[in-house]
Design a protein around this ligand. Sequence first.
Ligand code: G3H
Ligand code: 13P
Ligand code: ZN
Length: 323
Amino acid sequence: MLNYKKLGFVNTKKMYTEALKKNYALPGYNFNNMEQLQAILSACLQTQNSVVLQVSKKAYEYMEENLIYHLVQGAIATMKSQAKKMKLKPIEVALHLDHGDSYELCVSAIKNGFSSVMIDGSHLSYKENIKLTKKVVDFAHKYNVTVEGELGVLAGVEDYVSAENQVYTRPEDVKDFVGKTGVDSLAIAIGTSHGAYKFKPGQQPKIRLDILREIEKKLKNFPIVMHGSSSIPKEAVNKINKYGGKMEHAVGIDPKQLCEAVKTPVCKVNIDSDSRMTMTAGIRESLAKNPENFDPRGYMGFAREALVEMYKKKNIEVLGCGK
Ligand code: G3H
Ligand code: 13P
Ligand code: ZN
């Protein structure tokens, strides 16, 4: 059993309390490799906000459980020395399992140094969701690991998370769910969706802020999480298509609606697709412009710089947590 504090990570408690007080949201950025991880920490250091580093089940398998905490520990050490050089305050970092789908996976992540886990029982019946979530909370809290649960189902497809139709979170359930499970934060479904094709062409994308406000009244100052919140920037879509990719009709959440949402108790906003797209656009552009290059450091380094800029902009302009 690894102790996440000794590895230099924190759980989400203090950072969410701060976010609730100051009416901003923190980023929940997913990563799958070294360049994404470096870009996230470098951007968040520069904008001076805490960050929740997220690893999905697929990413947990891709990077391998034993490598992840070493990578993050190393990236934090680099961030701290950068902070010293730049005369900035080092930032706080939580290592979070995203969309954990079983008790066993959550336990494995906790044993491997994760400071926070999500148990996603949203596809189960209400009763089964409570039972599974509570079981994870009971284990996690013994080690001071924070737990995110989910109520309601987001539409969209991911490797391990997929749903045809979305089911909005019922405000009348949230207090009971939080009380019975003991979760530290709650992911809700209010119209966002996973992936790069969030809405059909011609559809008017809208986040149900009215449902969010009802939830806020029922839970009062309790950390809420929004998944599926990438904006799918037009520039990235166009660049991917221009340099040989094929992403037709990719569309995301209107950043203006996200700006409204983060003024409520929404403490974390999950972003993965924007990062994937910015990285892919950067790699495609670099390869197209430098056809003779076969050194991954060339195109990966170029994409990493683009990622840093994207994250900084998001922290400042959308989430409101960055300076
Ligand atoms: O919702 C979270 C991520 O987008 C998960 O994607 O399962 O392909 O890593 P992944
Ligand atoms: P996006 O696909 O909108 O980036 O959502 C990511 C997410 O919710 C990770 O849990
Ligand atoms: Zn998600």
